[in-house]
Design a binder for this molecule. Structure first.
Ligand SMILES: C[S@@+](CC[C@H](N)C(=O)[O-])C[C@H]1O[C@@H](n2cnc3c(N)ncnc32)[C@H](O)[C@@H]1O
Length: 210
């Protein structure tokens, strides 16, 4: 189909118009072809981005646990058990979108709160929510197994039981004496639990001190 200046519609029967078309009107076929290439390229870029986001979420799921959030009502229980004090340093390993971190920082604004997350998708969402809320929570895009734990006074984890088994030697090697650890749903294997927080119909919370 030919497209011309407004008010001048060439008809299919207008042979002179057709002949003059290359000079008077843009090459529509070329524009359509270029647009097609552009749409294809944008789709390919989006596809790669989606693949990377989903791939890193899947990788984190295999490395430690898939993303399942701590229940909202249980965040208060976590805060109560940890009892963060002003100036203390806290870390959540596998923080997802950092909602627990934000809750704890709100409860104790003088504490230094860090969330470590391996999935780019969860990290990105959490980073944005922290920014929008001006929460003051720090986030690190990192494998929990590589994050140095020696500075922290308190730590929270909600990962898979087999991950607790694997990460336990790191806790034992790096956490300072007296550091408090709370785990959600599952206990840390072979550790002596100091307190179990139970609530009807809700997962258990396990409290430890190094
Ligand atoms: C069960 S979810 C818990 C999310 C958050 N802690 C909460 O309670 O709402 C586990 C999170 O840990 C992340 N994760 C798994 N393995 C990890 C690892 N090795 N290092 C850092 N994050 C990890 C997952 O991407 C997921 O977001």
């Amino acid at each position: 189909m030919l497209v011309g200046p407004v008010g001048f519609e060439p008809t299919a029967s207008c042979t002179p118009c057709k002949r003059a078309a290359p000079a008077l009107w843009p090459d529509n076929e070329k524009i359509i072809r270029d647009l097609g290439i552009l749409v294809y390229m944008i789709w390919q870029i989006l596809f790669v981005i989606i693949l990377v986001l989903l791939g890193s979420a899947a990788y984190a799921g295999i490395q430690g646990a898939p993303w399942v959030p701590t229940w909202k009502r249980d965040m208060k229980r976590v805060g109560g058990l940890l009892g963060l004090q002003p100036g203390e340093k806290f870390v959540e390993l596998g923080c997802g979108n950092a909602r627990v971190c934000r809750h704890l920082k709100q409860q104790q604004p003088q504490a230094d709160v860090t969330g470590v997350e391996l999935s780019i998708l969860q990290y990105g969402v959490g980073w944005l929510q922290n920014r929008l809320a001006g929460s003051g929570v720090k986030m690190k895009l990192e494998n929990a197994f590589k994050h140095d734990l020696s500075e922290y006074d308190a730590l929270y984890v909600f990962l898979m039981p087999e991950t607790y088994q694997k990460i336990r030697p790191k806790f034992e090697a790096e956490l300072k004496p007296g550091a408090r650890v709370v785990s959600y749903v599952w206990p840390i294997p072979d550790w002596e639990v100091m307190k179990i927080d139970e609530l009807e119909g809700a997962p258990k919370l396990y409290y430890y001190e190094r």
